[in-house]
Write a protein that binds this ligand. Structure first.
Ligand SMILES: [Zn+2]
Ligand SMILES: [Zn+2]
Length: 321
């Protein structure tokens, strides 16, 4: 029994000595890291600073969680705690993905500043959420909760567009909401009728995608998946706009002209119903959505048998196609 105790005590003493030796060795390394941290080093922050950031984060969660709301009266205290965490560990994701968002309604400018700095952090260069949040805050009007007449920040669609584009460029498969926000922000920047602007932006993107294959790629260009499906939906919404209550309103002449242009240039080979911009099937005489007559396609020129794809002869009457 007594021997056991002695052995345990010895183990404890040895491990304590080892820990202190390690701590002594680590301290110069940590100092090195904190000095370099100002320029956001490529080296991941490890050891003591990581631990301190974790502790500071727990304190932050505890404090912020105890507040009924984070507003202009307490945001400075919350922000200071947040900055403290980021100073310990600029790569601490939660501090951006949860922490910064929690102050965005009370101090949107600081929130954008922190996120913007994190965007140039080499270690987080593959994170698409950080630029997305910056764009999201920048595309809204944010008012003081305690004084709704006081505007804390107005939308800056040019800056928001830049961040949304970065979020797309950083994602292997960009989420649909990121793309929608990018397109909407670009449309807001363009101004004018909302549907017209949306369609014009998508049409530009489509043209850029087409040109990017052979010509030099525009610096503003980023790949938008399913651009044609988005264009088709935007063309439909532009041609048949509805108001906030869902009642149909009249599209402008310019919008209708743009819709016609998109239909002709983008969807010439897609066999869409010219009236409602819906796909038609080979052999269809009428649109299944709006009932208007559609151009017949994909049938035998003699017997009107529906052809199985691109065939040379009609399988029903043998006529050369
Ligand atoms: Zn139709
Ligand atoms: Zn035939």
């Amino acid at each position: 029994m007594k021997k056991d105790f002695v052995i345990r005590a010895l183990i404890m003493i040895v491990s304590l000595a080892a820990a202190s030796w390690l701590a002594l060795r680590l301290t110069p390394m940590q100092n090195e890291i904190s000095r370099e941290k100002k320029s956001l080093t490529k080296a991941p922050v490890a050891g003591l600073h990581k631990f301190l950031a974790d502790v500071a984060w727990m304190r932050f969660v505890n404090f912020a969680g105890g507040l009924s709301s984070i507003d202009t009266t307490n945001v400075d205290k919350v922000s200071a705690m947040l900055k403290n965490i980021i100073a310990y560990d600029p790569n601490f994701l939660d501090s951006y993905q949860c922490g910064v968002l929690s102050i965005s309604n009370a101090d949107p400018k600081l929130a954008v500043k922190i996120l913007s700095d994190a965007c140039s952090n080499e270690h987080l260069k593959h994170n698409s959420q950080i630029p997305f949040y910056a764009g999201f805050i920048l595309s809204r009007t944010i008012v003081d909760q305690n004084n709704p007449d006081k505007i804390l920040s107005k939308p800056d669609y040019a800056a928001a567009t830049k961040f949304f584009r970065m979020a797309i460029q950083r994602s292997a498969q960009p989420e649909s909401y990121i793309i929608s926000n990018y397109i909407r922000s670009k449309a807001k920047l363009r101004g004018g009728d909302e549907h017209h602007a949306m369609l014009a932006v998508l049409y530009d993107e489509w043209k850029m995608a087409k040109n990017s294959k052979d010509e030099h790629v525009d610096a503003d260009y980023c790949h938008i998946p399913n651009i044609e499906a988005r264009l088709m939906r935007a063309a439909r919404e532009a041609k048949y706009p509805v108001d906030d209550d869902g009642r149909p309103v009249n599209p402008s002449k310019a919008t209708l002209e743009l819709v016609a242009k998109v239909q002709k240039e983008v969807f010439a080979d897609n066999h869409l119903c010219e009236n409602c911009i819906t796909s038609t099937n080979p052999g269809d005489k009428f649109c299944v959505v709006c009932g208007k007559p559609v151009k017949l396609w994909g049938v035998c020129s003699k017997c009107s048998h529906v052809l199985p794809g691109n065939v040379k002869f009609c399988p029903d009457c043998g006529t050369k196609q």
